[in-house]
Design a protein around this ligand. Structure first.
Ligand code: ASP
Length: 309
């Protein structure tokens, strides 16, 4: 293992931030509220955004009631829970894991990939082997409830992504800390009953998550195939770099996907973004996408701007 010297070496220009920017945390869906509370506990004590987002989404990964992330996540069509995650820090360093099985906290493994290897992404058995080398324990992730639902699904085995199923999905969390540093984390069990080996946007840097050290961060939820084809999170941060507000950038990101889909809008996508001024934005194709926002210690759930209809 190389261990050190793997960061980009990028130095963040001190004058590129508004000195006024207050910390802000955004997360996807209602489960983001709890994740924000955990992340805020770190940020309010002058902690680092990278530690906050890792701890925040670990909370969701460990919650068996969330059927789209970590423990309790819906399996693929072969009955296996396979997980995708990625993380980016304040320097724009990145780590990711995909098609990972038997590991409770893919986000922490993604961080190990970022910090302890010369690589950005490990997948499948290679990622799992690396996890055991790093001391992660083998964990059964298919809960009795998820197994029952899967057995029910097997009776028809119909596959169709359902918009806003149960109103909770991937958790993506982005944060600006008191040191004016951005970080982000994104973790999911992907689409329920997906094909074995399917990987979505969530672990793909620039698709499910992107952090630019100087300009901001964005993350995505929804039908990953659509997000991947426009590198949605990168697009949003790039638009902010070119002067768009986070809200304008999220709306444009959704519009691109809608245009590409030729207005056949039988899917949901939600984006959230924050910029260097501590401003934020959120947009979705359809109604139903909510995000959690934390500012000055106040946690709230809000509706994203709807772009269809
Ligand atoms: N974006 C995730 C994926 O496609 C799923 C989701 O957020 O609903 O794997």
């Amino acid at each position: 293992m190389l261990g050190t010297g793997l960061a980009t070496g990028l130095k963040i220009p001190a004058d590129s931030y508004s000195k006024e920017s207050k910390p802000i945390i955004l997360s996807t869906w209602n489960h983001g509220l709890r994740a924000n509370e955990v992340a805020w506990d770190i940020i309010k004590k002058n902690g680092k955004a990278i530690d906050a987002v890792e701890a925040g989404v670990r909370e969701t990964e460990a919650d068996p009631k969330v059927s789209s992330v970590g423990l309790g996540g819906a399996p693929d069509r072969d009955g296996k829970v396979t997980l995708d995650a990625c993380i980016m820090n304040e320097l724009g360093d990145a780590g990711a894991v995909a098609f990972l099985q038997n590991i409770l906290h893919p986000i922490s493994l993604a961080r190990k990939v970022m910090e302890d290897t010369p690589h950005v992404m490990l997948v499948g058995l290679g990622a799992e082997k690396f996890a055991y080398e790093k001391g992660f324990k083998k964990t059964e992730l298919l809960t009795a409830k998820a197994k029952l639902a899967y057995e029910e699904w097997l009776k028809t085995s119909k596959y169709k992504p359902i918009i806003n199923i149960e109103n909770h999905d991937t958790i993506g969390q982005i944060a600006l800390d008191k040191h004016q540093h951005f970080s982000g984390a994104c973790t999911t069990s992907g689409l329920s009953y997906k094909m074995s080996g399917r990987v979505g946007d969530s672990p793909i840097i620039g698709a499910g998550l992107f952090v630019d050290p100087e300009y901001g961060a964005a993350t995505a939820t929804g039908l990953g195939e659509k997000v991947m084809k426009t590198l949605g999170s990168f697009l949003i941060v790039e638009l902010m770099r070119q002067g768009a507000s986070p809200q304008e950038a999220c709306e444009e990101g959704i519009k691109r996907i809608m245009k590409q889909a030729n207005n056949k809008l039988d899917f949901q996508i939600g984006y959230i973004a924050i910029d260097k001024n501590g401003h934020h934005g959120a947009a979705a194709v359809h109604k139903g996408f909510q995000y959690a926002i934390t500012q000055e210690g106040v946690h709230e759930l809000r509706d994203a701007k709807i772009m269809a209809g």
